[in-house]
Structure formats: C-alpha cells, structure tokens
Design a protein around this ligand. Structure first.
Ligand code: LLP
Length: 442
C-alpha cells in the first residue's frame, strides 16, 4: 500500500520557490503565467526557473568557500544535459561531469573548456575514450582494470599522458533506492575498497607510463539525506589516497561525487547544504590529518540538487475515469516517456491544476500517462479539485532525471524545454516532431 499524501489546506503551502498565483488563479513561475507558456509552446513542457538554477549553484559555491579548502564544483550533467544547461553551469563557475560520448559532445557544444570536463562511466568505449583524448579533457575517472589497460594503450599510441582519478566503491550502503545506490560493495561501479582491489588498481596505474594518477573518486548514491555515509566514504577513500601518495604518485584531488537529496514531497527532509558540506569537509580535514597528508582539492559532483527544484512539467488533461470505490484516474498528454521515475523507482511528486491554482483538492486522483502500460503513472492518489478536460496539470520538482531519462516509447516525441526568468521565457530545446522520430528509419 502506498502512503497517501496528506491534503494541503492552504494554497500557499503547495507553492514552490519562485511560484505564485497570478491573474485568473493561474500558477506563475518566475512571473510567467504557465497557462500562457502551455499555449505558446504546447504540452508536455519542461519549464526551468533560470534564476533558481543559478542560485542553487551559488549556494554550493558559498558553502564550499566557507570550508576554506581548495575545491572544484562539477555539475553532473546526467541530471539534465542540454547545451543551455551546460552553458549556465559553466557561466556559474562549474566544471562538467559527463558519462558518455553524447554528454561529452554536449559539453563541447556548450563551449566548455576541455580541461573543465570530467569523464565517468563503467564501460567507456574506445571511440568515447578517443574523443576524450582528442580534446584533451581535464580528467578521466577510470572504473576498472580493463579500462586502465585500454586507456593506457590508447593514450600511449597518441603520445599523450592523461590525468586520471580512480573510482572506488567504498563499501558504503547509502540509504536510498537500491537502483540509485552506487557505493556499496555489490556494485557495478568502481574498484572495490574492502577486498583491496582499489589498492591493486593504484599499483597497476603506477606501472602505466601514459596515465597520471591525480586522485581518488567515490560516489555513494543519489537522493541521500543522511550524512554518515559520506563520512565513512571519506575515511576509506583517504586510505586509498594515502597509499597512492606513499608510492610517490602525484595525487592532489579527492572527488566525493554527488548525491545530495532534494524535497519532492513532505516525506523528504534534505539536510541544509551548509550542514552537509561542513560535515564532509570536517571529515576530509580529519582523515587527511590522520594520514599526515596535505589537504587535497575537494571535488563535488552534484546533479539533482542543482536542477531538481528549478524544474516543473506542464501537461494538459485529456480524459478522466472514475472506478467507484477503487480509484479516480486523470490522464495527461505525457507520462513515463517524459518522466519514468514513478515507473522505475516508485518516485513521488506533488502536482497541481495550474490553471486553477487557488482551488484546493476535494478528492484523490491518480495521474496516468498516455503510454500502453498500466505502470505509466506520475502520481498516485493525490488531492485535486475535480479535473476538467483541458486543465493544465503541473508536476513539481521534475528538473532532474526527467528530460535526461525521457524515451520514445510508443513513438512519443520528447517535449520542449523552456527557461523562464523575470516574466520572460526562451526555448532551449525544441519539441520533437513525428517526422523527427522517423528520421533514422532507413
Ligand atoms: N557523480 C556520479 C559519479 C554519479 O554517478 C552521479 C549520479 C552523480 C555524480 C550525481 O548524483 P546526484 O547529485 O544527481 O544525486 N536516475 C536516478 C539517479 C541516478 C544517479 C546516478 N548517478 C534518479 O532518477 O533518481
């Protein structure tokens, strides 16, 4: 049984940062009327509050600066990867983390300086590694022994020496959904810390003349609310780092990945960013002092916590169905193709009829997508006024892992993306057409 969301009693309680109720009871985001946005750009539509994106990045910088430790803030593009977003992140002083040739090409298209690009992945192909070498990107985060051999061979053939970090699985169980927990021992990612694989990887890299080991990386999971996992990870990563340092390798970087949780519904209680970062940096100081190591440059790779809150998806209601005594369904013109997170993780979202933002919920409704699959839902049993065909339904906190995980199931085109700011909107990704979907068919 899923826990039923409580019924909000005050309209303002449902509004998010940057949201307000404007003329005719319409929801506004950064002073843009969402009903106008839906008419101008069509639905479904991803809407991002540009100023909020910038503010989220700035709060990371502020918290990291307070720690008075050299740092590098790296935006994990997988959360929302478009040229406009990469551009914004770069303008706000971020580097970019990419995990595929496609993300790497997007970063380059956004004119990222190559040295600001960091390349992850547990199975980078030769073509992807060649692309990274060709552009002499900042660092490659090496995931396994096969990649050590492959990258060393490719770099050597080009006469290059490449900066690398080793991805370590620190054996930490982050308390989050199993599919987005990555730092535990039973993981496809990284060199296992517990069995000594990580130390063996350090030794293997020491023997490679085309690889320069600059640091150690660990990412324990995503949507994490509990800081203790980070503290354990720091202690374990510091031991691997110390091993490399004692071997005389030029390590100077500790990358702790991303994973900071956000609030989707009242059930989520993220720690204040300052508290989290203060805890992490204190742990880094303590552990590095323990091993008598100079302080490293601390790298952090947040994705979700930079983009989730700033995103809202708009849909149009097309149909309703009541199954008396069982459930009420309201069908929207998108669904798991633009947001697969309910289907994948049972993720919860808050929703609103955005053209009737002053009205409180009177009944519970389940928001169903338009795909041929019963699991195609966006939210279950949420309070809404009785939906009418043509209403605009807004889903909040969809900025992370929605656009980037969108699919073409049922050959549904991907929605457009707009950035809004100070009452103005601009298209940053055009809506796909049916013709676009046919383009690759031979
Ligand atoms: N760095 C590394 C190496 C990662 O694997 C990830 C996320 C991040 C940084 C960024 O983590 P964030 O700050 O966004 O939590 N599709 C899932 C999330 C998968 C996250 C994978 N790695 C979801 O929709 O919840």
């Amino acid at each position: 049984m899923t826990k039923v969301q409580s019924q909000p009693v005050v309209v303002e309680d449902r509004l998010r940062v940057g949201h307000a109720v404007g003329a005719h009871g319409h929801l506004t985001i950064a002073d843009c009327d969402v009903v106008d946005l839906a008419s101008q750009y069509g639905t479904p539509l991803y809407v991002y509050d540009e100023a909020l994106l910038r503010r989220q990045i700035q709060s990371f910088h502020r918290a990291l600066r307070q720690a008075a430790m050299p740092y590098c803030l790296i935006y994990a593009t997988k959360a929302f990867c478009t040229v406009a977003m990469c551009h914004l992140a770069l303008a706000e002083g971020c580097h970019l983390d990419v995990v595929s040739g496609g993300e790497l090409m997007t970063a380059l298209a956004a004119l990222a300086p190559p040295e600001a690009i960091h390349f992850h992945g547990n199975n980078k192909t030769e073509a992807e590694l060649e692309l990274a070498l060709e552009h002499r990107i900042g660092a490659i985060i090496v995931d396994n022994m096969d990649e050590i051999e492959r990258l060393n061979r490719l770099a050597k053939a080009r006469g290059q020496v490449v900066r690398i970090l080793l991805r370590v699985a620190p054996g930490v169980e982050a308390h989050t959904h199993e599919y987005i927990s990555t730092g535990q021992q039973d993981s496809k990612f990284g060199f296992d810390w517990e069995s000594g694989q990580a130390d063996a990887a350090v030794a293997a890299v020491a023997a490679c003349d085309a690889l320069e080991l600059r640091g150690v990386h660990g990412h324990i999971g995503s949507q994490i609310f509990d800081a203790s996992g980070f503290h354990i990870a720091v202690a374990r990563l510091a031991r691997v780092y110390a091993h490399a340092f004692r071997l005389g390798l030029p390590v100077d970087t500790l990358n702790l990945g991303g994973g900071f949780g956000v609030r989707y519904t009242d059930e989520d209680t993220p720690l204040p960013l300052e508290t989290l970062i203060d805890g992490v940096t204190t742990a880094v100081r303590r552990e590095f002092a323990l091993h008598d190591l100079p302080l490293p440059t601390l790298e952090m790779e947040p994705g979700r916590s930079i983009v989730a809150d700033a995103g809202t998806t708009l849909y149009r209601v097309g149909a309703r169905k009541r199954v008396n005594g069982v459930r009420n369904f309201v069908a929207i013109d998108g669904g798991m193709t633009d947001n697969p997170r309910f289907a994948l993780y049972g993720a919860k979202y808050e929703v609103m009829l955005a053209n009737r933002a002053n009205e409180l919920g009177t009944e519970q409704w389940s928001v169903a997508g338009k795909c041929c699959e019963s699991g195609d839902m966006i939210a279950k049993d949420v309070w809404l006024p009785e939906p009418q065909v043509g209403d605009i339904l807004a889903v909040f906190t969809t900025g992370a892992y929605n656009y980037s995980m969108a699919s073409h199931y049922n050959r549904i085109p991907k929605p457009a993306v707009v950035f809004v700011q100070g009452g103005q909107s601009r298209l940053v990704v055009a809506r796909e057409t049916w013709q676009d979907l046919l383009r690759m068919d031979c």
